[in-house]
Design a protein around this ligand. Structure first.
Ligand code: C2E
Length: 352
């Protein structure tokens, strides 16, 4: 749940908002699951949030709000909700598996302790007993040895099963970790992965005194486009821009969907001039294609993007680099869109 909703839920308005969310869910025939409730709290409490906008679009287009629709929205906009559920499941299986291993190990330990005691007693007795007593002792030892062997075999087979299960859990956790870092709509890295990448790569660039450039991208007039053609076509446009940017961001370059219609590309080891050339090629490719509306084959026209580019300077932190790239993006927007601007260099934006 976002911090805003979290703090609202602890404010005097909390019960009022919760009642409103339940009423809205009832009116739209939405099951009051925990996930749906969280989404509809955004709807009533944060009307300008992306979640509220998404739900509004669904209501207007008459799409029923099924649990599956709720899960999709949560996966896209509230990745933490999906993640915590999956991590809980994976963690539960892992701890059950570890419990069963501990039980097996404990039982094997008890058996071998008892066996050790039997051996010690037998050794003492052997020294002083006659042959019948020795025979009885050997029989006892044979039984105890067989028991330990059987226990060990059971333990081995349980350990083999557990190793397989742990391997599956590890793969599942790895998948969850990848999902948590991936934007569901475009398959590019998401904002969280981008933040981590920027933090890491800016630190490395500063340490090694190497260049690093950041480009931020915004689809021009996207809101108008969405209002005119609907959110499904809007989503496809986001995917199209993502596919061009993703193809350009090969090697060490790192492309992410930063927000709704915003993207970011990190160019570790590359100077602003190189990043500018790459972004200009992507911008030209995007603006030169006439997209079609898939359902009706109507021409949607060409989509354009605006780009802001900043190269890391001595003393830069991720936030200051991002701020300068954003400033350059706004320079591109102000001077007519469909262009790329470099931060700090006093250069004129490159128009199409
Ligand atoms: P998608 O619809 O999943 O398509 C994936 C890829 O399949 C496309 O990558 C393209 O290589 C190929 N493809 C799909 N449909 C067609 C088609 O009708 N003609 C041709 N020639 N190839 C097709 P691409 O081009 O990088 O597009 C990535 C995504 O961008 C698409 O995913 C779609 O969501 C969106 N997109 C691209 N072009 C258009 C378009 O003209 N109209 C709409 N509505 N969306 C588009």
């Amino acid at each position: 749940m976002s911090t805003d909703i979290d703090s609202l839920l602890r404010s005097p308005k909390a019960y009022l908002l919760a009642r409103k969310a339940i009423e809205a869910m009832e009116a739209h025939r939405v099951w009051p699951t925990a996930l749906n409730f969280e989404l509809w709290m955004h709807f009533v409490a944060a009307k300008d949030s992306v979640v509220a906008a998404k739900i509004n679009t669904l209501i207007q287009s008459g799409v029923p709000f099924t649990d599956q629709v709720g899960e999709q929205i949560a996966a896209e906009f509230l990745p933490g909700a999906k993640l915590s559920g999956e991590i809980l499941d994976a963690g539960k299986s892992l701890s059950e598996e570890l419990d069963s291993v501990s039980r097996a190990i404990e039982s094997a330990r008890e058996t071998s302790e008892a066996y050790g005691q039997q051996l010690a007693t037998a050794t003492e007795s052997l020294a002083e007993q006659d042959s019948d007593a020795v025979r009885a002792m050997v029989e006892n030892l044979t039984v105890a040895t067989r028991k330990v062997r059987e226990e060990n075999q059971a333990l081995e087979s349980q350990l083999a099963d557990t190793t397989d299960e742990l391997g599956r859990l590890r793969e599942h956790l790895e998948q969850v970790r990848r999902d948590a870092m991936t934007d569901a709509l475009t398959s590019l890295a998401n904002r969280k992965a981008f933040d981590e990448c920027l933090e890491r790569t800016v630190g490395q660039a500063q340490q090694k005194d190497e260049p690093l450039t950041l480009a931020v991208v915004d689809i021009d007039h996207f809101k108008n486009f969405n209002d005119t053609w609907g959110h499904q076509t809007g989503d496809q446009v986001i995917r199209y821009v993502a596919s061009v940017i993703g193809r350009m961001a090969e090697g060490a370059r790192f492309a992410a969907r930063y927000g709704g219609e915003e993207f970011a590309v990190v160019f570790p080891g590359e100077k602003a001039s190189v990043a500018l050339a790459a972004m200009e090629a992507a911008r030209e490719e995007i603006s030169s294609r006439i997209l079609k509306r898939r359902s009706t084959n109507e021409d949607l026209g060409a989509i354009t993007i605006s780009v802001g580019i900043a190269e890391v300077k001595a003393g830069d932190l991720p936030a200051s680099l991002l701020e300068r790239a954003d400033g350059a993006l706004y320079a591109s927007k102000r001077s007519g869109r469909n262009r790329s601007s470099l931060a700090d260099l006093g250069s004129e934006p490159r128009a199409a």
